[in-house]
Design a protein around this ligand. Sequence first.
Ligand code: ZN
Length: 647
Amino acid sequence: MALFSRRHFMTTSAAAASAALLSRIAVAAPQDPVVNALVDPKKKDGKPVSREKVSWKLLPFPMKQVRLGDGPCKIAMEADRQYLHSLPPDRLLHTFRINAGIPSSAQPLGGWEAPDCELRGHYAGGHYLSACALMYASTGDDDLKNNANTLVAGLGKCQSQLKSGYLSAFPIEFFDRLRERQRVWAPFYTIHKIMAGLLDMYVYCGNEQALDMTEKMAGWVAGYTGPLSYDHMQRVLGTEFGGMGEVLCNLYAVTGKEYYLEVAQRFDKKAFFDPLAAHRDELKGLHVNTHIPQVIAAARYYELTGDRRYRDIAEYFFDEVVSERSYCTGGTSNGESWNTDPGKLSTELGPSSTECCCAYNMMKLSRHLFGWSPDARLMDYYERTVFNHRLGTINPEDGTMMYYLPLASGYWKTFGKPFDSLWCCTGTGSEEYAKLTDSIYFHDDNSLYVNLYIDSQLEWPEKGLRFKQETRFPEEQGTTITVSAKDPAQLAVNLRIPYWIQGGSVKINGTALPAFSSPSSYLTINRVWKTGDKIELSLPMGLHIDAMPDDQTIQAAMYGPLVLAARLDPVKKEMSHGDYEPKPGDQQKVPDITADPSRPTAWIEPDGKQPLTFHSVGQAQPLTMVPLYKVIHERYAVYWKVNNKSV
Ligand SMILES: [Zn+2]
């Protein structure tokens, strides 16, 4: 996509690096959210211990210090919370119990958790635990924490029964098939979700049993992988294995047992990492969501060892995917894969472009890169993906989630069934909407960074400060931040000035500052803050175009950070829930646009009365356009063929 051309990204990263003369945080602190708020159980003084070799230049706040206020993010979070509450522990435990020989009369879940699905357990004993742990951190929801604790205890009984540390809802024989290279879906993918879920329950909810269970599982993984030769293990890595490397790295970060790092490295897929380390894009033909988690693992490995090769892999990969293989929404993948050479996207629009898990994992990766080198452009990407691919792919009515967000015009949104879908994307979605608090604010010793304009409140007890951000963004083109300070405090407040801004200004206590900052940068306001101080940031939006990199006449229209979609025919209720995506050929026909392709304002104008509503101008078929995230029950069109009148 044009805004993320590789050349542009490289030059601005260099500029940002020199601009970011940020004081490194003096004490190596836990930096990843996974180890955020972590206390070493073996240390009597209860102080956090860090094993990070590379400290993030900026750190996120623990999620419990950030609370969402009213707005589209809170609506998504509450829908997710309601959905998590609807899943009873006994139903989640059912297939685990059956597999461990423990009687269960609970009604089995369906979809990817059905008793005959080879991926069973990925959500019930994995994503669900992560989501509850994150939701507890974001909201303090004790009932959800208790449900998750009940689940951990139930899973603990299954693990004891299975002996050997193995814990899964499917038989251990699946791993024989994996070793023999016989047909099996993705056993390690599922094991990763369960280990990550348990570790999250330890990190965010302090469940010690969950840590013990994670270590037992890691012991089993070590025992399985240890006897395999390097080449044999590389063949095993031909089957999707999720973030095994990442969770083992995190387990090392938590326990300090270096052995886990060694086991983590067994999940380095050479055929994937080597070209990335050499800055070669050999991504064509790869299954996308199999590979992004491997790069997150590389990022964690770099942080814990300082091995620069892994940073190179992560940065090159991210840059390549965002600049050459991502759509206007920030999403990537078509039919779960990268099918083309870099930059060839105009032929890659279909009912199954783009998978939600990919957006989740790319956002997660971007936070690591931001921690190493706090470039506003990374948070521009994050915002783009939150507002276009994450909001609007959860059904606000019942918390069900999407698998693919179709970007070919004329299709519609398909949400899962509450108990009978439980896809991979239900899992990553359940986690996503539980952690919308985790990237709004970052900080270092002397500065606050406001990355996202989301109504929220931040507590910073170490500084005796509280920040209340009030905004109806994106309906409101700006935000107001009010300070409460125990004592007046010196602090640099850095506000992200987004790539899309058209003008803009800031006022402190009603007085406009004479200076502003350029798009894709941070505006720094360094002063002594006291209670009642008010920052009013104006963020004017305008229409702009996001054209396909290989065909400038195929365009999406954007307004500020928002991808606009035309509302087409309504869809019937039964079409809204069910299969992963609409069938190819089921799309409503969409007209071409006749206008000057270089000027979005030539064919779109604001409604004037309703916010974030637009109308086509001078087209044979009148169109009404709204942000894509607001379209739930209608067919829609995002990309248009725009032909110049003179052609
Ligand atoms: Zn998925």
